[in-house]
Design a protein around this ligand. Structure first.
Ligand SMILES: Cc1cc2nc3c(=O)[nH]c(=O)nc-3n(C[C@H](O)[C@H](O)[C@H](O)COP(=O)(O)OP(=O)(O)OC[C@H]3O[C@@H](n4cnc5c(N)ncnc54)[C@H](O)[C@@H]3O)c2cc1C
Length: 456
């Protein structure tokens, strides 16, 4: 690319697409990601409402010497925001949404910027579920392109493995439909390769046969963490693949917007789904219920209600985070975790989470993509609210402190969707898969037009 970036020319070349340039009245609102701690300042923000407009923006950016960063919601904006976006068009997919469910084929076709909330709702109308994550307003695209850990995942694997076709606008502006039959390498690469290969404008995912599931949460005061954390870790050693759970130690400020059971409190929460009959699920949960939680919402609920279970923030929020994948935790590992976030500590974190891995999460899927499994026992995810730059610095230090304290139990691998900093991306993949992924990227985007939050 030898041309000088020309933002005004970009706006002229993309005559129909909504474009915001720095200084325009709409620029600031358009550039703010879901994670409002991230101050992304691109050369332009484009909000296409059709595939043709996406193609237009990609071609115009290439012609004007700019690069393109696809973004759906900005939940995963943190790593992108670490670099300069001065020569980058932020291509936001929020104007390209929609879901079509084909119950006969057992699939849903989802447009590029669609949120899980809409897909879960549409699938539920046909008595089906999908491999969504904890938050309703995360987009399908960023989630599945980064693997995707669902509360159904220990039985059904990474969400990326449920993808059967992806429609993507590549660096020359061509629309390609990648399936197992055509452009197979591209489908393989996209499933785990993130936004490095093009702008995803549609994804086909498989449906699961659940209209309702046994799911919910158990809640204790943090004073009980010394009993609850070791008991849950012990429980996870033998829990069947039908159960996918998370344990979080959480701290909430005393604010009236929160319900009394959260406001001003430090708590321990175990939540998740158990894909069994009510009787079997109750038997499985008995050792955890024996710890007498003050709140127990586990029971059979509609698949749509699983989106409310994890208490994720309902609005865009400023947050910083750190992450590691842990192997099995022994008593010393549990003690190290509790020393950081257990009773009597002031970690400064909003939560420290151990997300249960193993089961189908850990098994390579021969029909899957570049990222088809995550070896390990737990995904550690530490998050702090960061309403100011000073709070962000303190929050990053607090999150890193927990990750460092658990380093003796850490593995080298990382989960892309839980990684909020720039890292060596070969850590996401097995063996030669990173090199193979780079080869596909070099073939489809030799000029490195696309900028992903996790660049290859
Ligand atoms: C509250 C909350 C809850 C979460 N829960 C879970 C969970 O349960 N399980 C889990 O695995 N993760 C979870 N995550 C992490 C989340 O899945 C990732 O941040 C994911 O990348 C978000 O996808 P997005 O498209 O919404 O975000 P974005 O920031 O828009 O996208 C992230 C990256 O994906 C790529 N991308 C996005 N859309 C496109 C597209 N249309 N075409 C090409 N590339 C694209 C880009 O490289 C982009 O930088 C959670 C995050 C938050 C903040």
């Amino acid at each position: 690319m030898t041309t000088t970036p020309d933002r005004t020319l970009l706006a002229r070349l993309t005559t129909s697409c909504e474009i915001h340039l720095p200084g325009d009245p709409g620029y600031d609102a358009a550039r703010i990601p879901w994670n409002t701690a991230v101050d992304q300042r691109p050369a332009a923000v484009a909000i296409p409402r059709s595939v043709a407009e996406v193609q237009d923006v990609v071609r115009a950016a290439a012609a004007t010497g700019l690069r393109v960063a696809p973004q759906s919601t900005g939940h995963g904006a943190a790593a992108l925001g670490e670099g300069s976006l001065a020569d980058v068009v932020l291509l936001r997919l929020s104007g390209l949404t929609g879901v079509t469910v084909d119950p006969g084929a057992g699939t849903a076709r989802v447009l590029g910027g669609t949120l899980w909330r809409d897909v879960v709702g549409a699938a539920a109308q046909h008595g089906r579920a999908v491999l969504h994550g904890s938050a309703p307003d995360v987009a399908v695209a960023g989630f599945v392109l980064g693997g995707g850990l669902s509360f159904y995942g220990r039985r059904h694997g990474l969400a990326a493995n449920s993808v059967t076709a992806i429609e993507v606008v590549t660096a020359d502006g061509t629309l390609v439909r990648a399936t197992a039959e055509q452009d197979r390498d591209l489908l393989w690469a996209l499933r785990g390769g993130g936004g490095n290969l093009g702008v995803v404008v549609a994804i086909e995912i498989g449906l699961l046969p659940y209209a309702d599931v046994f799911a919910g949460m158990l809640l204790w005061d943090r004073e009980r963490a010394g009993d609850v954390v070791p008991a849950w870790v012990e429980w996870t050693r033998t829990a069947p693949e039908s159960a996918t759970t998370s344990l979080r130690v959480m701290s909430f400020p005393p604010i009236p917007e929160l319900p009394p059971f959260l406001s001003g409190r430090d708590i321990v929460v175990i939540d998740g789904a158990v894909l069994e009959s009510d009787e079997t699920a109750a038997e499985l949960l008995a050792p955890l219920r024996a710890l007498e939680p003050e709140l127990d919402t586990f029971g059979r609920i509609p698949a749509t209600a699983v989106l409310d279970m994890h208490m994720d923030p309902p609005e865009p929020s400023p947050a910083v985070a750190d992450h590691a994948v842990l192997g099995p935790l022994d008593a010393a590992g549990v003690a190290a975790f509790l020393a950081q976030v257990g009773p009597g500590t002031t970690s400064g974190l909003t939560f420290a989470e151990l997300r249960q891995l193993g089961g189908a999460f850990a098994r390579p899927d021969a029909a899957g993509g570049a990222l088809s499994h995550v070896p390990g026992s737990y995904a550690l995810f530490c998050v702090a609210m960061a309403p100011t730059p000073q709070a962000a610095v303190a929050g990053r230090a607090a999150a890193f402190s927990v990750v460092r304290a658990l380093s003796a139990w850490s593995q080298t691998g990382l989960v892309p969707t839980f990684t909020e900093t720039r890292v060596d991306t070969s850590r996401f993949y097995d063996g030669d898969d990173w090199s193979a992924l780079c080869r596909v990227r070099d073939a489809v985007d030799p000029g490195r037009l696309f900028v992903a939050n996790h660049g290859l």
